[in-house]
Design a binder for this molecule. Sequence first.
Ligand SMILES: [Zn+2]
Length: 323
Amino acid sequence: MLLTPTQTRELIADALQHKYAVLAVNADSPASVYDVLEAARQCDAPIMIETSLWQLKGRSFGAGDALLGLSRYHAELNVLANHATFQQVPVVLHTDHIKGPETTAILESAMPRFSSLSLDSSEMTPAENIAAIGKLCASATQRNLPLTLEMEAGVDAGVSPLTDCDTLFGAAEKNNPGYLAWWAPGVGTQHGLGSDGYPTFSAEAVGAHQKRATALAGRPIGIALHGSSGLPVASLQAAVQAGVSKVNWSSESLLLRSQAAQEYFSAHLAQLDKKHKDWKNTAMDNGLQAFVASRYVPKVVDRIKLLGGFCAGTRFLSTLGRS
Ligand SMILES: [Zn+2]
């Protein structure tokens, strides 16, 4: 089921209490959205599906029009997550890297259809970051809408000093109390496929930021981990134990799907000849997507398991609304 912004907060508290992180997949196409939900169903795990500006404007959703993409992305998730097949899977629909002049319009439009929101502050000054978060909070207040937000700072810029938590997260929380739910400081990882295992990664920094943000807000705040693709399993699990409740996954996921597609076309080259009896089945989108799913879904299952989300789905749903 697609979670509301309020239910999403309950999921964050549940993840922190039970020491697991929800896998947040940056899903690139309707087929990848389905595959991620299928993996979560197999694991009985909560799942997050998130979209960045490049998906909203991409061919599979908005084809250049971000607001059209937002509506199509939401429609896809809303139908699937609430379908009987996935009714027992807690699903969070989240905006990931949204930046540029359209940011506020896109995020105001996503409110409250999306479960939670974040924006890409990598090209913003600290003051601009605080102001952008403030604008969203003001809009939610004015329209009397629920809003659950992630705030980020310097994700790719090494380990953020704890003072960033005070001057960014603390300032945004003070201006508009109650809307922030995740804090994404830099903890030594980077976006992309790092090859060195991120020796600067610091689980201690995760723990310190989680405690400080929680103290500033007076409610449980989860740490969102960006740049998880190149991080070794032991570090990922240490991050979860230290207070990461959301693990973004994009680069490795994209590579797995594109490598599976490459394998499909290489293995079926002879069938893609008009004289071959199976050319039509081979050429149909379903041939490719079913093959990609056979390679991809087990990898998503592995990732959910290593973050500790296995069997947390129906247990969480049974507690929903009690807190
Ligand atoms: Zn990110």
